[in-house]
Design a protein around this ligand. Structure first.
Ligand code: URP
Ligand code: ZN
Ligand code: ZN
Ligand code: ZN
Length: 462
């Protein structure tokens, strides 16, 4: 029976912050007590005085090894989950993909094969449905039974992942029937494709036009439509990677009506902007993702949404493509730049800047990064909190350490950092996954295969 004791830290959960010693036994948290009040014996003791003890991060939106834009996301499950661990994230929920014309089963099997035996941290899957038809609808109950309890549909990317409104409605009805959550990428893809063609015809080929054609209004319009379709279907709705203030307003309006509508944003939308997309030369390609980065003044609205609970979750949408050889596929045509940003390693630290800058409380930081995604995606109470019985997925976090984010020091398998040179306050010091030490003061002790597949229960709406 392996016993670990973490002493003297400030234990922060979504619900409270308390100075406490934490006792871990056989991979689970077994008890918390006032510092020094118990004389627990342990095989190993970690002194967390002056530090925070927080739940391991839950990143509910990653794309390891995703085939996209004629190439493949550069992090494998091995490299991407290792980077996650370095950043204090101990659970990822990745998107398995149904290829057009194929089954959900085949897509899910494919994702299990990629992840099995390779992950450093625990993982679960959502399913991307790119071909809604009768046989796919019949497959959905089986997936829910296997713990894949959320389905992503795309209003964007015609010809790739796109579903029309009828297909989305049908999938939402089926998901609602099964108690599963519908996730939607809300951008009006067909309208965007018209604007892309017109921009290219005018010779507007630079990365910054990616942001211009993917208009905020077309994110807002699709978000509005997704909400109405979900209402008609009687389905809860989770809008992924919200970047436009106008789209956030649609979510806020739906929530004000009491509808089960939820929203996620990502660090790139809180810290980066169209200024980055407009970087000189072809540098802007590093910042091409969808939904796109918005003008800086959208950031305040997103932070406000995080404070007021109009947005519930911060995930990364980690989908890294190297600048050399991958982003470069779109030189001379922004529409050929593979969409996606690296970030799985940076989420906990970047969101912590919200605490440092007084935008969110420490508890809200943990709620957005750990507790809410765990509840939303059926991983609570094992993940996202620190309580007797929960998995000992824990992070000792030094809130005062200062670090500079850089590709030279990060662990993601990508040749640039979207946050190159940015100084952040706070740093992950020690990471435990089910009681095992993955990282301790710069020493990486994790291994591929430690991470296990997590079948999820149905989502617990917040
Ligand atoms: O640009 C992005 N977000 N790439 C990943 C795919 C998606 O739409 O989430
Ligand atoms: Zn998306
Ligand atoms: Zn709350
Ligand atoms: Zn995504």
């Amino acid at each position: 029976m392996a016993r670990t004791l973490i002493t003297g830290g400030l234990v922060i959960t979504a619900a409270e912050e308390t100075p406490a010693d934490v006792l871990v036994e056989d991979g689970r948290v077994v008890a918390l007590a006032l510092p020094g009040s118990q004389h627990w014996s342990a095989d190993q003791v970690f002194d967390a005085s002056g530090k925070y003890v927080v739940p391991g991060g839950v990143d509910a939106h990653t794309h390891m090894e995703m085939p996209f834009g004629g190439t493949r996301a550069a992090d494998t499950f091995a490299t991407g989950t290792r980077a996650a661990a370095w950043g204090g994230t101990t659970t990822i929920v990745d998107f398995a993909i149904q290829t057009r014309g194929s089954s959900l089963r085949a897509g899910l099997d494919d994702w299990h094969a990629k992840a099995d035996g390779n992950c450093a941290v625990d993982y679960a899957f959502h399913m991307i449905v790119s071909d809604v038809n009768e046989s796919v609808l019949r497959e959905m109950p089986g997936l829910v039974g296997e713990g894949v309890t959320s389905f992503k549909l795309f209003m964007a990317y015609p010809g790739v992942f796109y579903s029309d409104d009828g297909q989305i409605l049908r999938a939402m009805q089926q998901a609602a029937e099964l108690g599963a959550l519908t996730m939607v990428h809300a951008e009006n893809g067909p309208a965007i494709d018209v604007l892309v063609e017109q921009a290219l015809a005018r010779g507007e080929t630079d990365p910054r036009y990616h942001g211009e054609v993917r208009r905020a209004l077309l994110e807002a319009e699709a978000t509005h439509r997704a909400v109405q379709l979900a209402r008609v279907a009687g389905a809860p709705l989770y809008v992924v990677h919200v970047s436009a203030r106008e789209a956030l307003a649609e979510i806020a309006a739906a929530r004000d009506l009491g509808l089960p509508v939820f929203g996620e944003t990502c660090p790139q939308y809180l810290f980066l902007s169209t200024d980055d997309l407009a970087a000189p030369g072809f540098e802007g390609a590093k910042y091409v993702c969808s939904t796109p980065l918005r003008p800086k003044d959208h950031q305040a609205a997103l932070w406000r949404g995080l404070r007021t609970d109009d947005l519930q979750v911060v995930s990364t949408d980690h989908c890294p493509f190297c600048f050399t050889g991958q982003k470069e596929l779109g030189r001379g045509d922004f529409s050929k730049i593979p969409n996606g940003l690296p970030g799985v390693e940076n989420r906990m630290d970047l969101l912590h800047q919200g605490v440092v800058e007084g935008r969110i409380s420490r508890r809200r930081w943990i709620e957005l990064a750990c507790a809410a995604p765990a509840r939303m995606f059926g991983l609570h109470p094992r993940k996202g909190t620190i309580a007797p019985g929960s998995d000992a997925d824990l992070v000792i976090y030094d809130p005062h350490a200062v670090q500079t984010l850089s590709a030279a020091t990060h662990h993601m398998n990508v040749d640039y950092s979207a946050y190159e040179g940015r100084t952040v306050t706070g740093r992950v010091e020690t990471v435990f996954s089910r009681g095992e030490v993955l990282l301790d003061r710069g020493d990486y002790l994790g291994r591929p295969g430690h991470g296990a597949f997590l079948p999820r229960s149905s989502c617990q709406y917040l």
